[in-house]
Ligand binder design. Structure first.
Ligand SMILES: Cc1cc2nc3c(=O)[nH]c(=O)nc-3n(C[C@H](O)[C@H](O)[C@H](O)COP(=O)(O)OP(=O)(O)OC[C@H]3O[C@@H](n4cnc5c(N)ncnc54)[C@H](O)[C@@H]3O)c2cc1C
Length: 408
């Protein structure tokens, strides 16, 4: 009380004090919020709140937000994100492409299952872009091997240059095309899921890093900042940090590995209008490129093992990737406008992991989105919702089994 009166005295002239018994919170100790000249002040007593929720999601990327949207109409959901903004890590750094034949067989099933919702959400988040697979003169066999799984058809170099006039006359010797590859509006999808979850009553808390997780007789107790959250079910959607979160909860990690992928933004090659150019992919994963807001982005297709962290692009990796790109086009790279990198996190078998942990059925994994987190989000979040809510999964048993944490 002495502390309270001291603060009260300091702020008397400018402050309005509110005792906040916030909705859904059971404060162990009264919270004092004071309004001062400089904004809101919070203090007076040690602040440690208790928040009750049915389902607690850790991670405010595409995985966590899509799950929050899928579950919040049926359950009380709280989502905790460590960073001040949602979509700060991998989900803020993607190439934003939908390619149904990308990933292994199980991932492809998720891609296909997600397409109707991606076509429908918010008026549709996919726009046709097309894809051109390119190869150098000595890469004929690699070209044929890659073309088939992508279900592409070979086109003449004249046709390819009709689409992209900067293809090198000697160094780019083979091209294949498919038109049903799409730009995916990643920002709009994140916003849609965030708005849907909030409209359904979910609480989404940013700047709230989970630092402790313990199992109690009543469920989970999760400490984030100064708040203890209690939940019946925990969903681990923490991207590159999923194994760390599992360890924190006393759950055995599954061996996820984050890999860095970088992007370089350069001016539109030769000043061309690139808006209608297709997504371009050089065989043997040498580089890929696509138009982006009037400019052009090129990825060196890098895949370097990393520990979970806030990734950034390595200059040498970018320079080598841009060198490989430059070899196959006629327009030189004149300058780098910006660059970034993100972590693509994979399970050992490169399929997503969706479902309850074998040792604790109240701990759910929604992890290992790798390079497909956006294009698989509707189906993966739908599955985690089906499993938690006890509905018959819309995805077939074979897919559910192939995604289950129990497969390891
Ligand atoms: C360069 C690049 C290109 C890509 N291109 C595509 C593409 O074209 N199409 C596609 O579908 N996918 C693409 N991807 C993949 C896609 O971006 C990822 O699969 C997806 O963003 C992963 O989402 P996530 O929610 O699992 O992870 P994240 O977006 O990383 O979200 C996890 C969140 O958990 C939070 N978190 C971690 N620890 C804690 C903690 N202790 N407390 C609270 N919060 C915590 C993190 O802060 C983070 O925000 C690409 C990725 C990269 C890097």
């Amino acid at each position: 009380m002495k502390q309270f009166f001291e603060i009260n005295r300091i702020n008397t002239l400018y402050s309005v004090y509110v005792t906040a018994f916030l909705d859904n919170y059971y404060p162990r100790i009264v919270v004092i919020i004071g309004h001062t000249k400089n904004g809101f002040y919070k203090g007076g007593f040690p602040v440690r709140l208790r928040s009750m929720t049915g389902i607690l999601i850790i991670g405010g990327g595409i995985a966590g937000l899509s799950a929050a949207a899928a579950l919040s109409s049926e359950a009380k959901v709280t989502l905790l994100e460590a960073e001040p903004h949602l979509g700060f890590h991998a989900s803020g750094r993607s190439a934003a492409i939908y390619l149904s034949e990308y990933g292994n067989g199980v991932v492809r099933k998720l891609n296909h299952a997600s397409k109707p919702e991606l076509d429908h959400i918010d008026g549709g988040v996919l726009t046709k872009r097309g894809m051109l697979l390119l190869a150098r003169p000595h890469e004929r066999q690699d070209f044929l091997d890659e073309m088939r799984p992508f279900e592409m058809h070979e086109v003449s170099m004249a046709e390819a240059r009709g689409l992209v006039p900067i293809l090198h006359p000697v160094n780019t010797a083979f091209a294949a095309f498919r038109d049903n590859v799409y730009d995916l509006d990643a920002d709009r999808l994140l916003q849609y899921y965030t708005k849907t979850a909030r409209r359904n009553g979910a609480e989404i808390v940013t700047g709230s890093k989970v630092s402790g997780i313990s199992k109690t007789s009543k469920g989970w107790e999760v400490l984030a900042g100064q708040t203890d959250h209690n939940a019946d079910i925990l969903i681990n959607a923490s991207g590159a940090w999923v194994d760390e979160i599992a360890r924190m909860a006393g759950i055995a990690p599954l061996g996820f590995q984050p890999f860095r992928r970088s992007m370089a933004r350069i001016p539109a090659p030769g000043g061309h209008d690139v808006s209608t150019w297709p997504f371009m992919d050089a065989v043997n994963e040498r580089w890929y490129g696509k138009p982006d807001a009037g400019g052009w982005i090129v990825s060196p297709f890098d895949e370097h093992r990393m520990n979970p962290h806030d990734a950034w692009a390595d200059d040498m990796v970018l320079a080598e990737g841009l060198e490989r790109y430059s070899e196959m086009v006629t327009e030189p790279v004149t300058r780098l406008q910006s660059s970034w990198a993100g972590l693509r996190t994979f399970a050992p078998d490169r399929s997503l992991v969706v479902g309850a942990d074998v040792a604790d059925p109240s701990f759910y994994w929604l992890a290992g989105q790798g390079g497909y987190g956006f294009q698989t989000a509707p189906a993966a979040s739908g599955l985690v919702a089906d499993l938690i809510l006890g509905r018959v999964p819309e995805l077939g048993d074979d897919v559910v089994e192939a995604l289950s944490p129990g497969r390891f």
